[in-house]
Ligand binder design. Structure first.
Ligand SMILES: Cc1cc2nc3c(=O)[nH]c(=O)nc-3n(C[C@H](O)[C@H](O)[C@H](O)COP(=O)(O)OP(=O)(O)OC[C@H]3O[C@@H](n4cnc5c(N)ncnc54)[C@H](O)[C@@H]3O)c2cc1C
Length: 379
């Protein structure tokens, strides 16, 4: 088709790729700009919940995802000594799955109908009076588009040009993550609570497990000269099996200081808008950042399909996506505070609360987020 509208997506992460896949109309040419040398993801696990798997199902990607992932059939909350505080068995029309991020990324990228540009770091966008938008890249290249989708993550340059609400906020703790092949095949996941420290374990597949560990500390605290593994061994050495083993046997450990932003409306300016972490970054305590990125990408794509590149399309997207993202960001922040408690009295109260809470109540609390089906929305 001649005179197709040109859409630029900034960022080739979960949000950008999912949006490109969802926009299944031949009215647009899609260009994805990624600042990294290669399109790809880090070596860590990601949990994808039923509320986002329905989007992957809609895209026909569910069989590939299931084949490459593990299912979280039972989740235990434990103390560092291994005492079980609660047991939850999520039940839904879709499973809760855990997958290596690189595998999920590969599946989203496979046979994608878009032009891909790596080594393209966006510097700024400029709106013209005729509605078009100019992209300026760090290496000096300039390109003009009919619409720009900022899927460039928590430090989004597009967000800076649209909202300009400053840097993200550090929430007082670090997280280390790894993926490791083990000899056990348990199929359950767990979250273990200590004093200002936590560990999560999720099954990927064939005995491969993803784990994460947190500790209260200052922003971007350097693990050296002690070294990351030695430090984690010291912090978690007396925690229950298999936590010390998992840490010890992991070759590559990633560290991140946990940050988010205060939810803020106004994601759109002209034909430029934000999706994923660029729009609504959250701490990972509900495991919903990537899931929301998929939901938002779906809504925006369907809205553009229905209303074209119009004010109405972007407004409808934000109207549907903002309230849910606000609620998740706030709830996740609260859960993080509770998880990172360091006062012994409050820790005892928290653990007691977990212990006496009926699993039906726990299920109801998480179901609020996981039973949402974006594919059933009236766009
Ligand atoms: C420790 C941790 C655990 C998590 N666990 C889960 C979980 O279990 N489940 C879940 O759903 N979510 C989880 N999340 C959240 C999830 O990782 C993010 O919400 C998700 O990756 C957001 O995807 P995105 O595409 O919006 O952003 P990103 O994944 O950040 O992708 C943005 C892309 O844009 C590129 N980019 C950035 N700036 C530019 C630029 N200027 N020009 C061009 N390209 C640029 C980046 O290189 C990157 O490829 C977790 C997050 C963390 C930190």
């Amino acid at each position: 088709m001649k005179n197709k509208k040109q859409i630029a997506i900034i960022g080739g992460g979960i949000a950008g790729l999912t949006f490109a896949r969802c926009l299944t109309t031949h009215k647009y040419d899609i260009h994805i700009y990624e600042k990294k040398e290669h399109f790809g993801e880090v070596g860590a696990a990601i949990s994808v919940f039923p509320n986002a798997l329905c989007v992957m199902d809609h895209l026909g990607l569910l069989p590939d995802i299931l084949e490459n992932s593990g299912q979280l059939k039972t989740v235990y909350l434990k103390t560092s000594k291994g005492t079980i505080l609660s047991k939850t068995e999520p039940k839904s029309d879709y499973p809760v799955i855990c997958i290596h991020r690189a595998d999920l990324h590969k599946i989203l990228l496979d046979k994608l109908d878009a032009r891909l540009y790596n080594n393209h770091s966006l510097k700024k966008i400029t709106h013209f009076e005729n509605g078009q938008i100019e992209l300026e890249f760090e290496h000096g290249e300039n390109r003009i588009f009919d619409a720009v989708i900022g899927a460039d993550g928590i430090h989004s340059v597009v967000r800076k040009c649209i909202i300009n609400d400053g840097p993200p906020i550090f929430r007082g703790y670090s997280i280390w993550r790894g993926v490791v092949k083990t000899h056990f095949e348990t199929g359950y996941g767990s979250e273990t609570f200590g004093k200002g420290q936590r560990v999560g374990i999720v099954p990927i597949k064939d005995g491969v497990y993803g784990w994460w560990a947190t500790c209260n500390e200052v922003f971007m605290q350097d693990d050296n000269p002690e070294g990351t593994k030695k430090k984690l061994n010291r912090l978690f050495e007396d925690w229950h099996y298999p936590i010390p083993d998992l840490i010890n046997n992991t070759d590559h450990i990633l560290k991140t200081s946990l940050i988010d932003r205060i939810p803020k409306r106004g994601w759109t300016k002209g034909n430029a808008t934000l999706i994923g972490d660029a729009a609504h970054p959250t701490t990972p305590n509900l495991g919903q950042g990537g899931c929301m990125a998929m939901e938002g990408a779906f809504i925006l794509a369907k809205s553009v399909q229905k209303y074209g590149l119009t004010k109405k399309a972007f407004a409808r997207y934000e109207e549907l996506q903002y309230p849910r993202s606000e609620s998740i960001i706030k709830e996740s922040l609260k859960l993080g505070k509770m998880g990172q408690l360091s006062n012994p009295v409050l820790i005892r109260l928290r653990n007691f609360g977990f212990k006496i809470m009926p699993s039906s109540v726990a299920m109801k609390m998480i179901d609020k987020y996981f039973s949402y089906r974006v594919t059933a929305l009236e766009i």
